[in-house]
Design a binder for this molecule. Sequence first.
Ligand SMILES: Cc1cc2nc3c(=O)[nH]c(=O)nc-3n(C[C@H](O)[C@H](O)[C@H](O)COP(=O)(O)OP(=O)(O)OC[C@H]3O[C@@H](n4cnc5c(N)ncnc54)[C@H](O)[C@@H]3O)c2cc1C
Length: 389
Amino acid sequence: MNTTTFDVAIIGGGATGCAAACFLKAAGVARVCVIEPDPTYAKASTPMATGGCRRLFGREENIRMSQFSIDYFRNFAAHVAVDGYAPDVQWHGEGYLFVVGPGHDKILQEQYRTQSALGVRVELLDGAELARRYPWMKTDDLALGLLSPEDGWLDPNSVLQGLRKKAQALGVAFKRDRVVDLFTRGRRVVDLELASGAKVGADAVINAAGCWAASIAKLAGMDLPVNPMRRFEHYVEIAATLPPMPLIKDPDRLVMRPEGKGYSVGLVRSDEPRGFNFEIEPDYFQEVVWPACAARVPAFEALKLKREWAGLYDECKLDGNMILGNWPGQLDNFFVACGFSGHGLMHAPAVGRALAELVVKGRFESIDLSRMGYQRVLDNTPYPETGII
Ligand SMILES: Cc1cc2nc3c(=O)[nH]c(=O)nc-3n(C[C@H](O)[C@H](O)[C@H](O)COP(=O)(O)OP(=O)(O)OC[C@H]3O[C@@H](n4cnc5c(N)ncnc54)[C@H](O)[C@@H]3O)c2cc1C
């Protein structure tokens, strides 16, 4: 079978892969392909996401990536319009609020200082101020809140479709196929074998296969500490009418935000067994999520669960941060972008731009993300994000 050759082959056409494709074309790369087996994205993480976008991080890299990406999303139509049409990402800049109990207030105060120093508009709200602003929320167990009033949420699928269509319009070839093997020569991945039997040759390869990225990297001998972790999302409607609210994250790892007539809610189960599991567990909502919602916002005692689904986080077990870049000294032209651990959608534009810089220039130009590289995995030196509560 003939080998089709590209300048860059991207494995995985989720938000990360499509963003990388757009930025590579914008950087002038002629022949780019995205290999994606499922154009319906039934199991991909991107369309399953809550859609939260925040500058509330502790690491400078994550804050700077959010600053770029949120600006990008706010001007999404201008970036991805094709023939004058672009999907509306339904940006809701109604704010993003972390609330914590006693004992965690120092973390928020430290983040506040870091974020303010980087020009992020953030506010620290003590218990009394939380009670004053959000009288419908139970606040007597809370010590502090950190609000970024200009952050918010959007529709993940519109982001994905917008980036994909833009990439196609820019001339990126989408191959409906699955990578099943990688062939190396010296310190380079030279060919990709696809499930159809076809072969793709490339000067550079990007592994943006999300939860599947670790098994693909393994084909080239690279071990990634990235595992799938199931995470449920639930759409509910309540009887009461509440005033507009920010996206709220509370000490139980409960996430709540408005969605249409109702609310999108989820509660991260940290001890969830890692693996590919898309099963819904109705008891989890009944026994864990609903009580947590009602405990935080009493109006959620009377609710109707309308829809729920299970998606996967590509969890970086080293430190909860992404792994971005090649394998120094071993694989020069194979770039991984995975391990996003629940914040890969909001960072997709910044990651796409960073990947294009790595491929085209051989270095980061806009934001120095070298501390997010694979070297820290080799050295076993975690670079944890304190902004994940
Ligand atoms: C319930 C839930 C809530 C979330 N909430 C948020 C949030 O609020 N904010 C946020 O920023 N992030 C959130 N996330 C995380 C976010 O969804 C991911 O970090 C992000 O979508 C990752 O995008 P990706 O393109 O890297 O991966 P994916 O979207 O998973 O795309 C990877 C693609 O690779 C393809 N693939 C797999 N195997 C192969 C192969 N062998 N060959 C070729 N292609 C292959 C798959 O088909 C898939 O389409 C959430 C995730 C979940 C599950």
